[in-house]
Write a protein that binds this ligand. Sequence first.
Ligand code: PGA
Length: 241
Amino acid sequence: MPALIVGNWKMNGLGDDIAEIAAMAGSAANSASRLWIAPPFTLIDRAVIVSAGAVSIGGQDCHAKPSGAHTGCISAAMLADLGAGFVIVGHSERRRGNGETDADVRAKAEAARAAGLQVILCIGETQAQHDAGETDAVLAAQLAGSLPADAEGLIVAYEPVWAIGTGLTPTLADVAAAHACIRERLTARYGGGGHGVRILYGGSVTPANAADLLKVADVGGVLVGGASLTAASLLAIAAAA
Ligand code: PGA
């Protein structure tokens, strides 16, 4: 299975930066990895056009409702309407900064599936939880509260909160243990369907550490923030895979 390299641009990117997505798309055919990019909402339309299917384009969040009086919000159907293929839900920056609960994340994941989008569902422990040895319990609780009813179209991203944007990464043994814990929960929840759910690692992935992370058992790809903003950097990560 080729590695899946997903770029999360967060609140970065103006019109000129579409050139980076065009460059990623231009090289995607030569890559052994699959490339997905989640630019800000404002660039999705243009990103879909310049990537011409070579790179899948997605959203970083969606509302749980299909439509209605929710000023400033974007529904999963709106993303699909623009040509998006996936959406990230439950990123720790939204859990923390926007007060999203596991139940909110589950509702968003269900909404995304109903709109035909693939879902990247993010979970991960804080530094304090990590230091207290609570990682497995935290991941299990987040999965229990946020997994959608069906494994179809689902991807889980393990993103330790303390590793995001910090330059810190867990040891490879810790990544392996976390992914094994997630796999166990997925198969307990979905049976055979849980084996087919891809699990990504995210948090300070760079061209320098990507190869080692991608060799860890059950790491099916990476979710990349800062190092996904330029084609040179993202393609170097894809090459490392
Ligand atoms: P980072 O972000 O690669 O900048 O650490 C990862 C993420 O938040 O998905």
